[in-house]
Write a protein that binds this ligand. Structure first.
Ligand code: NAD
Ligand code: WQD
Length: 338
């Protein structure tokens, strides 16, 4: 299939692009490189032994989008492009709503004009908000607690309304839990700009000596060891979930929601222990106050994806830490060191 991957130079997009190429699909990546580097795509081509087309363009540029569709003539779109930093979204809501929501509207209008109505969208477990009820199931109400999360909620609503209005649409809304890890080659991985917002990249940068210690946000939650519990999922498993979802909607029109998680929770201290083991060195940490807006516990009910897609996560927390560490150790400055 000819697939347009928006945001394909980014962390999850590059791993999924690799999986698509390996499965024999033809891929065009459209990315404005706002939070990524073309080096990831060079390495994806090197790993797969196949070439892809890259179009540097912004979803807000309707003419560029039109030209990209005319040039690549996709049959389906996998839509990763978006801004994802929660704190930044609170400080710059207009920037987030414009980039994520208006960018997606431009994309959907262009798809419609070109008779392309198959889309796999990167949603997030963040749409469940601060729900303390676990495991989280797809039928629970959306109740995002920050602008970033609300962009995901709004895009889900838009796609759902579109599916209701026009039954030709084939829509997969994938709610990722906490993506971590890297391709086992160590050649591609997560390359955050500035101070990482998320736990794993922060831990990895401490382990490699770029930062002094991890600040653990709260040790007084009502969890077994007092620290926050999350459903970490290996990015390679996540990539496989996209191929399975694309397959499903290719065979069946409609709008579908699936959690992509392992169904298991790990605490911050468990992650630190697993990462220390993987890196063969202690990762120094210190407890500090809770981070506002954080839930104590979040993990998926992953049975719907298993039932409908035949997909389930294969990698353990140890695998995630081993692969994340291999990427970090081989690329201490990320792609900038290339
Ligand atoms: P990422 O920042 O590495 O990738 C996003 C890509 O989109 C980047 O390459 C960026 O340059 C590009 N982009 C952003 N705005 C664009 C625009 N207007 N036009 C063209 N390109 C644009 O992030 P990621 O971790 O790979 O996340 C991919 C998607 O998954 C995002 O939509 C994110 O919100 C969602 N998601 C991520 C996580 C996570 O923790 N990583 C969890 C749940 C959902
Ligand atoms: C994980 C755990 C923290 C950093 C975020 C977004 C969510 C989704 C995934 C995109 C929590 C603790 C963290 C640190 C810490 N992204 N922590 N010290 O908050 O579950 O989800 O990323 O959709 O929308 O909100 O992930 O990696 O930030 O935190 O103690 O330096 O680690 O409190 O318990 P989170 P995270």
């Amino acid at each position: 299939m000819r697939i347009l991957v928006t945001g394909g130079a980014g962390y999850i997009g590059s791993h999924t692009t690799l999986a698509l190429l390996e499965a024999g699909h033809d891929v065009t990546v459209l990315d404005n490189l706002a939070n990524s580097s073309e080096e990831s795509l060079r390495r994806v081509q090197e790993l797969s032994g196949r070439s892809l087309d890259f179009i540097k363009a912004d979803l807000l540029d309707e003419q560029a989008l039109e030209a990209a569709f005319a040039q690549s003539r996709p049959e389906a779109v996998i839509h990763f492009a978006g801004l994802k930093a929660v704190g930044e979204s609170v400080a710059k809501p207009l920037y987030y709503y414009t980039n994520n929501v208006v960018g997606t509207l431009n994309l959907l209008q262009c798809m419609d004009r070109h008779d392309v109505r198959t889309i796999v969208f990167s949603s997030s477990a963040t749409v469940y908000g601060a729900s303390e009820q676990v495991p989280l199931t797809e039928d629970m109400p959306m109740d995002a607690v920050n602008p970033y999360g609300r962009t995901k909620e709004q895009i889900e609503d838009i796609l759902s309304d579109l599916g209701t209005a026009d039954p030709r649409w084939r829509v997969a809304l994938l709610r990722y839990f906490n993506p971590v890890g890297a391709h086992e080659s160590g050649r591609i991985g997560e390359d955050p700009t500035g101070v990482p917002n998320n736990l794993l990249p922060f831990v990895a940068q401490v382990a490699v000596g770029r930062r002094e210690k991890v600040m653990v946000f709260g040790n007084d939650y009502s969890t077994p060891d007092g620290t926050g519990v999350r459903d970490y999922i290996h990015v390679v498993d996540l990539a496989a979930g996209h191929l399975a979802a694309l397959d499903y909607v290719s065979g069946q029109a409609g709008v579908y929601r699936w959690n992509l998680g392992t169904g298991n929770g790990s605490s911050v201290l468990e992650v630190l222990a697993a990462f220390s083991k993987a890196a063969g060195r202690e990762v120094p940490y210190e407890f500090t106050d809770r981070r506002p807006g954080d839930a104590a516990v979040s993990y998926a009910d992953a049975t719907a994806a298993q039932r409908d897609l035949g997909w389930s996560a294969k990698h353990s927390l140890d695998d995630m830490c081993r692969d994340h560490w291999r990427w970090q150790e081989q690329n201490p400055q990320g792609y900038a060191g290339a």
